[in-house]
Design a protein around this ligand. Structure first.
Ligand code: TRP
Length: 340
């Protein structure tokens, strides 16, 4: 790692990541991100934020539920194990200097990089019903780069889908440094080992598909959901042998069920001695055991009105101090500190 100008902390001991506020978390969020974040907070200096400005890149027309979604999401973060005493938890839109750096980075980011970004092209095609020919949507990766480099963290825990964005972050950081000196570390993805969490219908679990299992779901909500899950489509009768490797339910046993029981389920399915109905009952039991402590913590948080806002206010104040340190160096190196 190169030596950065006026950097009081060690970037390789710092992680940063964000999530768009989409409301209550589903277990795909948990196993794809939050579980990993909760482990990292004990090993690294951790910065986790609500990417509410990023939510606006596609959902700018109706912002009426942003606050509610933020509250729900951060409630689940903490219920699922993020500790506000360990990690700095903050709100992107509260970091006014982020807008400042975003503008500066927008000056040095070639349009071609943004237009060629695979996630941009994909989403333009896949998201229908919204006009996405707006400036902010094209600039999504510039804002994401800003989030990262402004903390001067080296590591960014994300899923595989964010790798193209991270690559662009590195290129923008490199370009910035080539003009103004070594200010920004080149960030690297800390890939979250992907646990497979298919949605109830077998597609990727997503709130917009309505196929999610949420951390706050009660047993009354979960039971019909699990009953409705697709298993091995080729297994029509209980007496037909099934194949766990093509079943949408089996991956959940790999996450929720102990190994000995997993082996029994596998052989029971293959030999048709275990039916899907019983298999689902085992899954429900596993889910209940997994969710109970999370929901207990959730209830305690909900019982303290204002708690989430306090966490975000305190975390945002802390993050703002770190962000300000970076901006001082940025302005100095760009000769924008004329009036100080
Ligand atoms: N793009 C990320 C996602 O959709 C969210 C995000 C925004 C993010 N800014 C970030 C992730 C900075 C890591 C670092 O998942």
């Amino acid at each position: 790692m190169m030596k950065l100008i006026d950097c009081p902390h060690d970037p390789s001991k710092r992680v940063v990541s964000g999530m768009r506020p989409t409301g209550p978390l589903h277990i795909g969020h948990y196993f794809g991100a939050i579980k990993n974040w909760a482990e990292l907070q004990y090993k690294m200096e951790s910065y986790f934020f609500v990417a509410d400005w990023h939510a606006l890149t596609t959902d700018y027309a109706d912002t009426s539920r942003l606050a509610e979604y933020t509250e729900e999401m951060v409630t689940d973060w903490i219920a699922a194990g993020l500790d506000p005493e360990k990690a700095t938890i903050y709100l992107q839109s509260h970091m006014k200097e982020l807008a400042d750096l975003h503008l500066l980075l927008s000056m040095i980011t070639p349009l071609g990089w943004l237009e060629r970004c695979p996630t941009y092209k994909e989403q333009l095609q896949n998201i229908t019903g919204k006009d996405l020919t707006n400036y902010g949507f094209l600039g999504y990766p510039v804002l994401m780069t800003t989030d990262i480099v402004i903390t001067r963290a080296r590591w960014v825990p994300v899923g595989q889908d964010q790798v193209p964005h991270l690559e662009m972050s590195r290129e923008i950081a490199r370009r910035f440094n080539s003009f103004y000196g070594d200010v920004l570390p080149e960030p690297e993805a800390l890939l979250t080992p992907m646990a497979k969490c298919p949605g109830l219908d077998g597609r990727k679990m997503s709130k917009s598909y309505g196929n999610g299992i949420f951390l706050k779901d009660s047993m009354e909500e979960l039971t019909p959901k699990v009953r409705s899950m697709l298993t091995d489509k080729a297994r029509l009768r209980k007496t037909d042998p099934g194949n766990p490797d093509v079943c949408n339910l089996y991956p959940y046993h790999e996450i929720l069920t102990d190994e000995a029981t997993q082996a029994e389920i596998r052989s029971g399915c293959l030999s048709a001695s275990l039916g899907c109905v019983e298999c689902k009952q085992i899954m429900l039991k596993g889910l209940a055991a997994f969710l109970a402590p999370i929901q207990e913590r959730r209830a305690a948080i909900v019982a303290k009105p204002g708690y989430v806002r306090e966490v975000l206010t305190a975390g945002s104040a802390k993050a703002a101090v770190e962000i300000h340190k970076t901006m001082d160096v940025v302005r100095q190196q760009m000769h924008l500190d004329y009036l100080k």
